[in-house]
Write a protein that binds this ligand. Structure first.
Ligand code: AP5
Ligand code: MG
Length: 210
């Protein structure tokens, strides 16, 4: 398979969900910049608190911070056989910075209409401990408020509120969508329809990655 893979797609398209389903097949780490910021906040660091101000407004955290964090992360030993990047890059300058850091062998674009994004984000719940993603209607936990995988507490993300969702989708349209053309031009863009069930979308992605 392609080694270094980035996942593109609007908020709620299912990037985190799909990677959670397939990463063990490939034995490479799932690197989510959003999860890294949330983890820093949980640890109570200044860095996490600063990032949260941007996240709660639905805005992007400044590029220098985000690019530095990714540069350091992909240099670690566990990325030697590749990685699955989720939520990075999100604008052209991040895409160009990533090209300077390492080669990207595939960019998977998970495509869904905005109405689907809105419905999915509104019902999302995530485990505080292991990060597993659920949905009240589409991917319900067996027991309300409790993670099936580790028994941790499920919570709603602060940025899954209507105003922040609208801002995130607007930034996706203006800043992130152009990255698909960037990866298309270098011949690594692979598009999948994200509107099926999580298992259907995961199967399509596996087929594309080989
Ligand atoms: P981040 O955590 O990356 O959030 P996001 O981009 O808003 O994307 P989501 O996590 O909302 O969507 P997803 O595609 O992963 O969907 P999921 O699988 O959870 O970033 C958060 C913030 O951090 C940013 O706004 C920004 O402030 C900052 N940040 C992060 N990266 C940055 C960067 N590079 N530069 C600057 N700032 C950055 O699925 C959603 C829901 O749908 C779930 O409930 C799930 O159960 C359900 N679902 C998934 N797939 C399906 C399906 N096929 N059918 C039915 N339901 C489904
Ligand atoms: Mg995500």
């Amino acid at each position: 398979m392609a080694k270094n893979v980035v996942f593109l797609g609007p908020q709620g398209s299912g990037k985190g969900t799909v990677i959670g389903k397939i990463k063990d097949n490939y034995g490479v780490p799932h690197i989510s910049t959003g999860d890294m910021f949330r983890e820093a906040l949980r640890e109570g660091t200044e860095f996490g608190k600063k990032a949260q101000e941007y996240m709660n407004r639905g805005e992007l955290v400044p590029d220098d911070v985000t690019c530095g964090m990714v540069r350091e992360r992909v240099a670690r030993d566990d990325c030697a056989a590749g990685f699955m990047l989720d939520g990075f890059p999100r604008n052209l300058s991040q895409a160009e910075a990533l090209t300077q850091i390492t080669d990207i062998h595939a960019a998977i674009l998970i495509d869904v209409p905005e109405a689907v994004s809105m419905e999915r984000l509104g019902g999302r719940r995530q485990c505080r401990d292991c990060g597993t993603i659920f949905h009240l209607k589409f991917v319900p936990p067996k027991k309300e408020g409790v993670c099936d995988r580790c028994g941790g507490e499920l919570y709603q993300r602060d940025d899954d509120k209507p105003e922040a969702i609208r801002e995130r989708l607007a930034i996706y349209r203006s800043e992130t969508m152009p990255i698909a053309d960037y990866y298309d031009r270098i011949g690594v863009l692979l598009t999948v329809d994200g509107s099926g069930t999580p298992d259907e979308v995961a199967a399509q992605v596996k087929k594309k990655l080989g």
